[in-house]
Ligand binder design. Structure first.
Ligand SMILES: Cc1ncc(C[n+]2csc(CCOP(=O)(O)OP(=O)(O)O)c2C)c(N)n1
Length: 540
């Protein structure tokens, strides 16, 4: 067997049934073997950044390792931004990249691939020889899973055509058992919680498993504390009566009022970074019980009163048991009155609509789109000025249905992630919200990939005809905002030309006509939402 066939067999042995990628001469043999011999689904992207984000999106919504392949040189360098995003997110990913033949000094596409990869923070694995290739695949898969980051498997093309004997080798990963907190930590935590009169329970991405959520919610109910989440655990408590929503810079006015009154925050699986704490402002005057399975995450960014290291569910359950034993009286902070106020809160009351005759207020548009877009959805958000209202006003049914594509602050990565998420979780409509700049940067190419792969995807383009974030900054810094203006073509006919459907929204009335178009969609749909570039604030 040739090494390329052995690598394909090794991937199939690891249950890789889908591979995203862009083909070139240095990875085509592996792709061919995967598809022809193993029936693997090869999902083509238009650009390697798109392919990498497809694998990233698929990994985030399934919890499985996302697999992507590129050719050598420029194929690999095209992935750098997306790979960095995946590293910052902690995405489990394998990137199989071809490399130039080692002895070809003058190959046009030669670059020191290892150095390019290491700069992103991804891990590097070299296929070392024809004899080790299968085991090298297993090691790369194992590392992607254990290190929770992309691992790039580098395979020179001359090595791929060598002969080898196939001996199966698959990863063996022992799950670490969940561990409870120490009694000493529990004692201190329960002391602080029992003394609190107005506690809030906050959950982050580390507390989003079903069991963790249920236990954290039980604790909140036991002490009658309102619940909130970080952005990355968005909508974890959807449906809970005392749900404050996002705790952090995206906090709603009503939640902010309640957080102001609180005297204690009990945080689970949340890093308490500057976005979550609004530079510690939201923690002022409160005692902080910070629980996390990773001691390195506790107290890293924010001051902590009591650190508790342990599994989220076990910790929350133990706190409830101790409070029960002490016959703790619930605080009553999540009162009927508070629950009623939260239920009556209307997001439209948070701002004054600024729709004009020819443009719509993005907040108004997103609140209505949240109501009319398919409820079973994955929400993927790009970077830009529009992102703040998108994260605030568009909701999902479960936390793994929110895909945040700017852990590296890059524009233009969302469409690839949306295609990957749609392929990996076809029962959910991929709703991608992006700016006109992000659409033109990467969205355009991969919108067509969505068409080619017949995925259920709706793109909402917040189109202010400019780089809005820059438009606003140029204005506030006394420079010329017109430098950020961009004369794009109309996106609705562009979407049709790319094989999808397109529709333009300029007013609240246009939104009301969307229902039928959404329910009758038979291919990816682009909703071009026309906005005023002078829309002034990034925060509201
Ligand atoms: C790859 C990359 N290039 C440039 C930037 C700088 N940048 C930040 S926000 C932004 C504007 C993006 O415009 P658009 O997608 O239309 O969203 P808007 O801000 O208008 O809502 C730009 C160019 C970036 N973050 N990433």
């Amino acid at each position: 067997m040739r090494v390329h066939s052995a690598i394909a067999s090794a991937l199939a042995d690891h249950s890789v049934d889908t591979i995203f990628g862009v083909m070139g001469d240095a990875n085509m043999s592996i792709i061919n073997d995967l598809v022809q011999t193993h029936g693997t689904r090869f999902v083509t992207a238009a650009h390697e950044a798109g392919a990498t984000m497809m694998a990233d999106g698929a990994a985030r919504v399934t919890g499985r390792i996302g697999v992507v392949t590129t050719t050598q040189g420029p194929g690999l360098t095209n992935t750098v931004t997306a790979l960095t995003e995946a590293v910052r997110n902690g995405t489990e990913m394998l990137l199989v990249c071809g490399d130039t033949p080692s002895k070809e000094r003058q190959n046009l596409q030669d670059i020191i691939q290892r150095d390019v990869i290491l700069a992103t923070g991804a891990g590097f694995e070299q296929v070392r020889s024809s004899d080790t290739a299968v085991n090298d695949v297993a090691i790369a898969m194992r590392r992607a899973s254990l290190e929770r980051r992309p691992i790039v498997l580098n395979v020179p093309s001359d090595l791929q055509s060598m002969e080898t004997e196939y001996v199966a080798s698959t990863i063996d990963i022992t799950e670490l058992p969940a561990f409870p907190p120490s009694n000493a930590a529990l004692d201190r935590a329960v002391g602080v919680i029992a003394a609190a009169r107005r506690p809030i329970v906050l959950a982050g991405r580390g507390a989003t498993s079903r069991t963790a959520r249920d236990s954290v919610l039980r604790l909140a109910e036991r002490i009658e504390a309102p619940v909130a989440t970080t952005l990355l655990a968005k909508d974890l408590f959807v449906g809970a009566p005392s749900n404050l929503g996002i705790f952090g810079t995206l906090i709603s006015p009503i939640a902010s009022e309640i957080v102001d009154q609180a005297d204690c925050v009990i945080a689970f699986g949340a890093a308490l970074n500057r976005h979550t704490t609004d530079r510690n402002g939201l923690l002022q005057g409160k005692r902080i019980v910070h629980c996390d399975a990773n001691p390195g995450a506790i107290g890293r960014w924010a001051p902590v009163t009591v650190p508790v290291t342990g599994d989220t569910a076990l910790t929350a359950d133990a706190i409830v048991t101790w409070l029960d034993a002490a016959e703790f009286e619930p605080t009553g902070f999540a009162s009927d009155e508070l629950v009623r106020r939260l239920a009556e809160h209307e997001p439209r009351s948070e701002f004054q609509d600024r729709s004009t005759g020819t443009t719509i207020d993005l907040r108004t548009a997103l609140i209505r789109l949240n109501e009319i877009l398919p409820a079973t959805r994955t929400l993927i958000v790009d970077a830009g000025r529009f992102a703040v209202p998108a994260m605030k006003y568009v909701h999902v049914g479960e936390p793994d249905a929110y895909v945040h594509t700017f852990n590296f602050g890059s524009v233009g990565l969302s469409m690839g992630a949306a295609v990957g998420a749609a392929i990996a979780r076809p029962e959910r409509t991929a709703v991608v919200v992006l700016g006109d700049g992000g659409f033109m940067m990467g969205g355009l190419a991969e919108f067509n990939s969505a068409v080619r792969h017949h995925v259920d995807l709706i793109a909402v383009v917040a189109n202010d005809g400019c780089y809005g974030a820059e438009h606003m900054l140029l204005q506030t810094r006394g420079m010329n905002p017109d430098l950020s203006l961009l004369e794009w073509p109309d996106f609705s006919p562009v979407a049709e030309a790319l094989g999808g459907r397109g529709v333009t929204v300029r007013s609240p009335m246009d939104l009301e006509k969307l229902g039928k178009m959404i329910s009758d969609r038979d291919r990816p749909l682009l909703i071009d939402v026309k906005l005023d570039p002078n829309w002034p604030s990034i925060q509201h």
